[in-house]
Design a protein. Structure first.
Length: 475
């Protein structure tokens, strides 16, 4: 497909220079003298160009999107609509409390709802992503110890953790202590005991972890940590698995972040705005970023005077549009949030049981909302790697699952169907996975050279990420 610059044919789509305007008042040194270099093409051709481009995108509206850890579920469009209501979208972040009562009420109510869902005692809505929530949480933990006159330096992180966990702790100046998972894919308690000392500030855990497995010993772990004077951080990116069934407070955690753009109705991916609210137990309340939204029974207000606050982590109070979507979703679902988790877990177990007959399942345990299989059999028998399988799925109008993560599983294929898929759609996916596995034996070349139907075939993924070439230069 040609770029829009290459399609430029000199047509006068729109004329940006109005000759009748007098620019003599402007400093002529600031005026552009040469041509602006925009493509010239008719309006209809512009629309066709961008429609063709957008049709190349894959999205949940187009097909199955089982991208593990990312919770690519269907986000009801009504939440989109609500977040664009003029009263929400046109409000200025600097309006005073008096004229922003509705928006403040919404944020206050969302704080209360998230307190209920997490079991925690106080919430900040400020962080704008999961990783940003982690950073906020680790800053809170750091300041907590400093305020108590302790200088604890270490943070323990299991080897199955998402890469943002060690990155966030490191950014706060902590030293990372990695611990190995046991044969059940869970935190190894003996290994944990062996690294625990007075210098440990916290452990960062994800539960269910990134293998989709619930950490059975979480209560013993929180007991051990608290007896050591350490805190527990809960990476809540996998909250879709537990809503209404349990919560991080019951498991003994002190700080938790949620990914509203995974669990709570904001479309995820494409780098769009997200929200990573952080909830804490009572003793950490005074360390939250400001402002916190408060209600005195009559008026909603922003409280900027928080005793030991780590300061603001974002301008104003977070990505408000995402907060509106989340609040609308929570109200709409009510007690049925529990059903969302129930169905997410049921769907994942259904797929896992079907697929384990054709792909190796390294941890054959009941899973939560996601699970990890591997392409090791296909690789060893026929030289077809997990990457090849992922590419072959693209030829079947299916988004590939997350691959090569978590790092502790070779040739990992991490599948998260979410609650929003039907049994029929999952059966279709199973059939496709079986077809690919069979083809890996009968015609491995076809899988190895996939994809065959996409506009772009194989890209150098490392260069694409590290040296993106985003600028069009005329030959
Ligand atoms: C997605 C994810 C994160 C990071 O969240 P972002 O919003 O992408 O920054 C952290 N941990 C886990 C387990 C995740 O799945």
């Amino acid at each position: 497909m040609k770029t829009i610059f290459e399609k430029s044919n000199g047509a006068d789509g729109i004329n940006l220079t109005d000759e009748s305007l007098d620019f003599s008042f402007m400093n002529c040194n600031n005026l552009r003298l040469g041509k602006i270099g925009l493509p010239q093409i008719g309006e209809l051709d512009v629309m066709r160009h961008y429609k063709e481009l957008s049709d190349r995108n894959f999205c949940i509206e187009k097909g199955f999107y089982p991208l593990g850890s990312c919770t690519m579920k269907y986000n009801p469009k009504v939440n989109e609509l609500l977040s664009t209501l003029e009263g929400f979208s046109s409000i200025h972040p600097l309006s005073d409390d008096e004229s922003s009562q509705g928006a403040l009420e919404l944020m206050f109510n969302l704080q209360e709802a998230l307190k209920k869902i997490t079991g925690m005692d106080a919430v900040t809505l400020q962080p704008s992503a999961g990783a940003h929530g982690e950073l906020t949480g680790m800053m809170i933990i750091k300041k907590y110890f400093e305020t108590n006159g302790e200088n604890r330096k270490k943070v323990i992180i299991p080897d199955s953790a998402h890469g943002t966990n060690p990155a966030s702790a490191k950014m706060c100046g902590f030293d990372i202590v990695e611990i190995k998972s046991n044969s059940k894919g869970q935190v190894d308690i003996d290994e944990l005991r062996s690294v625990l000392d007075a210098d440990v500030a916290a452990i960062m855990m994800t539960n269910p972890n990134t293998l989709g497995i619930f950490e059975e010993n979480v209560l013993e772990i929180s007991d051990l940590m608290h007896k050591n004077g350490s805190l527990l951080y809960y990476d809540g990116a996998n909250f879709n698995a537990i809503m209404g069934y349990t919560n991080p407070k019951l498991m003994g955690f002190d700080v938790v972040h949620l990914n509203l753009h995974k669990t709570m109705a904001t479309p995820h991916g494409g780098g769009g705005p997200g929200a990573g609210p952080v909830a804490v137990v009572e003793k950490l309340r005074d360390f939250l970023p400001s402002p916190i939204i408060e209600f005195d029974g009559k008026k909603y207000s922003r409280n900027y005077c928080i005793k030991h606050s780590i300061g603001s982590v974002k301008s104003f109070y977070g990505n408000f549009g995402v907060l509106v979507r989340a609040y609308a979703y929570i109200l709409m679902m009510g007690k049925n949030l529990k059903c969302a988790s129930e169905n997410a877990v049921l769907n994942a177990n259904y797929l896992k049981e079907k697929l384990k007959r054709h792909y190796i399942l390294p941890y054959d345990e009941p899973c939560m909302h996601e699970f990890v299989i591997t392409g090791e059999k296909q690789k060893n028998n026929n030289g077809v790697s997990t990457l090849n399988i992922a590419k072959a799925l693209m030829d079947e109008n299916t988004h590939p699952p997350t691959v090569y993560f978590p790092l502790i599983v070779h040739e990992a294929i991490m599948i998260e169907p979410t609650e929003s898929e039907t049994k029929e759609k999952m059966d279709e996916f199973v059939d496709i996975m079986i077809k690919i596995s069979k083809e890996a034996e009968s015609n491995p070349e076809k899988i190895i050279s996939a994809p065959h139907t996409t506009p772009v075939k194989r890209v150098d993924e490392t260069s694409a990420a590290r040296h993106p070439d985003l600028k069009y230069t005329e030959e």
